[in-house]
Design a protein around this ligand. Structure first.
Ligand SMILES: [Mg+2]
Length: 378
């Protein structure tokens, strides 16, 4: 398999409803799709959702990194099988900084998809064998309006979700109203966890969590700023509920720091921010060795390409406690693949056993939502 060239697409897809949290609000998703093209004309597709408040990347920085640094060394390279490509990608990862990880993810997934299709293997074979046939995803409520939140909670109960995550904000009073409205629509058997997206200080987090005890929260995600590892450690030590690291966890170095400083109980692994499948699996293994649990997270607005990559992590990594993402048509007005990854009733979804990443992006649809396309050939 010889790498003949790449296409980089910037795409924008409208969402069915607005999603907001402490760091962002959006009604349209801006993603980057990379298409890797082999000498024989085969194509593989990868995706990333660059978010400046996570890895510091934007659609523009991703395009620049791909064009200037990530794709040029890959052009003209030949790979004899999937393992050969995985070895190359693992060594290329060593030169990738945190603020290039989403860009690398799009290129990595495109090459793994291409190699998987070429050698009729699942791209996910590079992270290990399957451990389960199906997985159950959580619902996520991301609105600061308690009435709307109550409606979402009711709809999610009827859909059959067992676990729900709620985006909360800085004010205890507002959060209390929001959680009360949600809890009123749910039986106690449905678990609730919250994500503060860096909204609090450690003191404030501990105060809020003490007062939120009646909601029996299963976890709090990223209560303090991404670089406040001391604050994360303080909240973890308070043992009020499990602490999930999200914005604080992008790279292997972040993972090590969180472990060394005992700064969380759970890692939130998202394939786009973590630099692709291979690095996500490496971060997962670090968590397991340290006795931590993991959550499979997602980027708001990901298409079925990133959702499929996430599905591989969820079905091939044993110690995943919660899964998010794969909302497909439930969140996006349109998708760009022929095979949709959208979850079914109850949040259930099946393992993907098809070659490559396992979804077939439709170039016509990609072209429909593209704002720019750049070709890179040797
Ligand atoms: Mg989060």
């Amino acid at each position: 398999m010889r790498i003949a060239g790449f296409r980089i697409y910037s795409i924008e897809i409208p969402m069915r409803f607005g999603v907001s949290h402490s760091l962002a609000a959006r009604r349209v998703t801006s993603n980057v799709i990379v298409c890797a093209i082999a000498g024989n004309g085969y194509m593989g597709f990868g995706e990333c959702c660059p978010r400046p408040y996570v890895t510091g990347e934007t659609v523009d920085t991703v395009k620049r990194e791909l064009l200037d640094n990530i794709l040029p060394p890959m052009l003209g390279k030949c790979f004899s099988n999937l393992n050969h490509l995985a070895e190359y990608l693992s060594s290329a990862l060593k030169n990738i900084n945190k603020n290039q990880q989403a860009a690398f993810c799009a290129a990595e997934l495109a090459l793994l998809d291409l190699a998987g299709k070429t050698y009729t293997k699942s791209a996910a074979d590079v992270i290990g064998p399957p451990v389960r046939r199906k997985v159950r995803y959580s619902g996520v409520i991301a609105t600061d309006d308690p009435v709307k939140a109550g409606r979402f909670a009711r709809a999610m109960r009827l859909f059959g979700f067992k676990d729900i995550k709620v985006k909360v904000g800085p004010s205890l009073e507002d959060n209390f109203h929001l959680l009360k409205s949600i809890r009123d629509h749910l039986p106690p058997s449905i678990s609730l966890r919250i994500d503060a997206n860096c909204a609090w200080s450690a003191d404030r987090a501990i105060r809020q969590l003490l007062l939120m005890k009646k909601f029996n929260l299963a976890a709090v995600e990223q209560p303090v700023a991404a670089d406040d590892y001391e604050g994360m450690a303080e909240i973890t030590a308070a043992k009020l509920t499990d602490v999930v690291a999200d914005e604080s966890l992008c790279s292997i170095e972040d993972a090590q720091k969180l472990i060394d400083q005992k700064a969380c109980d759970v890692f939130n692994i998202r394939v786009s921010k973590c630099g692709g499948l291979i690095n996500s699996a490496a971060i997962y293994h670090k968590a397991v060795q340290a006795g931590l649990a993991c959550q499979l997270g997602a980027q708001v607005g990901e298409t079925s390409i990133l959702s499929a990559a996430g599905r591989h992590i969820a079905t091939r990594c044993k110690h995943i406690r919660w899964c998010e993402g794969s909302y497909g048509f439930l969140l996006l007005k349109h998708d760009i693949t022929r095979t949709s990854m959208t979850i079914g009733p109850g949040g259930w979804a099946k393992r993907i056993d098809r070659p490559g990443i396992g979804v077939n992006p439709n170039e016509k649809k990609i072209n429909k939502y593209k704002t720019e396309m750049i070709e890179v050939f040797k």
